[in-house]
Design a protein around this ligand. Structure first.
Ligand code: BGC
Length: 436
């Protein structure tokens, strides 16, 4: 449900305090969020992509098989584990008021049932640092990677995966919940469903299956199901149940002190209404029906869907380093699509572009944020814009090639340098209002 407002009011709401309860009604979250809340501006990262040295994780195994489907091993990544204070201070100095990061489960529980108190203390210090800088910590409990023992036990391709995940979430909420601002159980658990529509990904399936098998034999495991590379048809219903139970466990362990939800990978879908409905029915709707106080929207591009598949990008259009269309306007389409199907508050938890040309990132930000502004004008309850990513980092199978960062990182010295786009988004955050 939405409430229309004029453009000026929308800008003022974004600029100052957002009377969250007034802009939306009925959703579970809104009952608790009637107090004035600030629109969140920030950037995101994920532990495995930036920390370095996550030896106990499932993907570490897969990066070190010969051959490997990963272009580069993550190795030291961008050494954020040792530079986290500097990175948080940088984000705050740019003008952001939130910082999204993930906790690496394989650091917390490197062997099943063996908890690392040092790792818990580490993430407590991360949270304290974010708080010290006056920012809201937006915490992802699981951003793709899992401990290798979990993948070797069948991951989320078996219902046996639910309990260990729920226990891990409950532990984090108990130990760290007093400092968490907003939580997401999973990052993009629908990604497998989304990419299964892509004509570029379909031919890669046999290679993924072979890579999983190679990793399994390389460590002599009976099974090998890293959730990032598992069969989404088997995994999705199990992950939904894991999420629902983790939601309840986090609420219970933290006495409901912060909103809990899930972040979804969504393209702006174009094509016939029937084809879009079929795709959204598989990729988006099952997750919108899951437990949650908000919906985290993550968008990078659009797709044109025909029948049971996306079409390849049109010829001659601008593509990003990831090979998909440069499409900042897609964000507005995705927010509107979610708002048509859900009355929960929306946070943009990821949006960005892989490019070496930072002027294109500046243009992307302006056009994407204008879309957020238009949604606010129409009364859609959007509560934040979090850019992917703070740092140039390790981009999964693509290795260190694609540059999503607002901040570049020297691959040898790890020295960070803010790009003009970082200051650009920071100025917007300080002003607190998106451009007209
Ligand atoms: C993921 C990030 C990734 C980004 C850019 C999202 O799907 O959450 O981990 O780096 O997209 O590809």
């Amino acid at each position: 449900m939405t409430m229309k407002m004029d453009r000026r009011s929308a800008l003022l709401l974004v600029g100052g305090s957002l009377l969250a309860g007034a802009a939306s009604s009925g959703a579970a979250a809104t009952s608790k969020q009637t107090k004035a809340e600030k629109f969140l501006w920030g950037s995101a990262g994920a532990a495995y992509q930036i920390e370095g040295g996550n030896y106990a994780s499932d993907l570490w195994v897969m990066e070190h098989t010969k051959p490997s489907i990963f272009k580069d091993p993550s190795g030291d990544a961008v050494d954020a584990y040792n530079r986290v204070n500097e990175d948080i201070a940088l984000a705050a100095s740019l003008g952001f008021n939130t910082h999204r990061f993930s906790i690496e489960w394989s650091r917390i529980e490197p062997e099943r049932g063996r908890i690392s108190n040092a790792a818990i203390a580490y993430y407590r210090r991360v949270l304290e640092t974010i708080r010290k800088h006056g920012m809201t910590p937006f915490v992802t409990f699981n951003h793709f990677t899992t401990p290798r023992w979990f993948a070797a036990a069948g991951g989320f391709e078996t219902r046996d995966g639910i309990e260990p995940f729920v226990n891990y979430c409950s532990l984090i909420a108990r130990e760290l919940g007093d400092l968490i601002g907003i939580a997401a159980t999973f990052n993009e658990p629908n990604l497998g469903a989304l990419v299964s529509w892509s004509p570029a990904i379909r031919p890669l399936r046999p290679h993924i299956v072979a890579a999983r098998e190679l990793a399994r034999t390389s460590i002599g495991a009976a099974k090998w199901s890293p959730p990032m590379l598992s069969d989404f048809r088997i995994q999705q219903p199990i992950m939904i149940e894991a999420h629902n139970r983790a939601y309840d466990a986090i609420k219970q362990a933290s006495a409901g002190r912060f909103p809990v939800g899930v972040t979804l990978s969504l393209n702006d879908e174009r094509g016939s209404a029937e084809a879009i409905a079929r795709k959204q029915g598989e990729v988006m709707l099952p997750w919108l029906a899951a437990n949650g106080d908000y919906i985290g929207v993550q968008n990078y591009t659009y797709s044109v869907v025909e029948g049971e598949s996306d079409l390849p990008p049109e010829r001659g259009i601008e593509l990003t380093q990831m090979g998909y269309p440069f499409a900042p306007e897609a964000l507005e389409g995705v927010i509107r699509a979610v708002a048509r199907h859900s009355n929960r508050p929306i946070y943009v938890t990821e949006n960005g572009v892989a490019t070496e040309d930072d002027t294109r990132r500046v243009a992307f930000i302006d056009r994407a944020v204008a879309g957020v502004s238009a949604c606010l004008c129409d009364g859609i309850d959007v509560r934040g814009y979090i850019h992917w990513s703070l740092l140039d980092n390790w981009e999964w199978v693509a290795g260190f090639g694609p540059k999503f960062g607002l901040v570049s990182v020297d691959r040898t010295t790890f020295v960070r340098t803010a790009k003009p786009s970082a200051h650009h988004l920071g100025r917007m955050a300080r002003r607190g209002s998106p451009p007209g």
